[in-house]
Design a protein around this ligand. Sequence first.
Ligand code: SF4
Length: 314
Amino acid sequence: MSESDSPGLNTMQSSVLDVLAKPAGWEPLPDEVLERVRSGFLEGLKALEPLLREDDPVYVSKHKISSVLSCEKQFVNSQGSFQWTTANSKGQVAHKAIELLINWRGSFTPMDLAESAIDRLSDASAGPGSIGEFLAAMSPAEFAELKAQVVDFVTKFIECFPPIKREWQPVVESATSFNYLGRALVLSGKTDLMLGQPGSKVIIDFKTGNISPVHRDDLRFYSLIELLRSNRPPRLVASYSLSAARPDPEPVNESTLRVASMRAIDGITRILELTRRERKADVTPGVQCRWCHLAQDCEVGQAWLNRSDDDFDA
Ligand code: SF4
């Protein structure tokens, strides 16, 4: 990936290319650094082995880690209550549309891609709780609403992102995982877009809204999984806000991997303790109270939501 690869780009596309380009003289992290991070993480997992059972596996994703670190009570309450909606299916459908765009032969419009993505993911026989079943059962109004949102996503992607070349080895919605003690513990993720060769990959997550600090934590978690499963972490991770046309890149180094490792161990420890009912969930107020289903009956959450402006001045 370099600027000379794609002349005639607009400013937004050029800035993406600048960010993604491999710096001259870039070298992968030394093996001893990778081994230090890897062995530190595995030591943390070793201490959790009494809570791991092969016949009752625990699955850990970036969402679960963020959720349990935000408020344990909300995390516990949210387990098993997920339902597909047009709002939360938008990302998966949009990523499917990007996958089609990258591999499409011939001309297309964003509308073609959005319709094809919804069609290909719709599957009435996919089973209860699946996105396929939800999409297949959408009303005409829900279909129109979802399609409009995906068209917006795809249009912005085409506008902001340089045309993706075959030699960049693009992979969309790539599932990745690391299993521990057989499959007693499974760390998993799905990257929106991965570019480049093993050992110097770039992982990109697309955001329809603004970028927040937790997005960096999510991408660091992906880097950690890549290190654990292949011993070759990515070279760079980046969130890309399509609404703001702004990338938030972070080169992967020993510090980012160590932070990811410590945060993951903290999150996994809490998930296991709560899943195995070793202790009661703590309550931690914050922005998550705004969309928490428990907020109405949660004293701590109510106090946070109703805090006066004076509280900010203290
Ligand atoms: S309202 Fe806030 S503090 Fe209370 S459970 Fe929900 S997220 Fe936690």
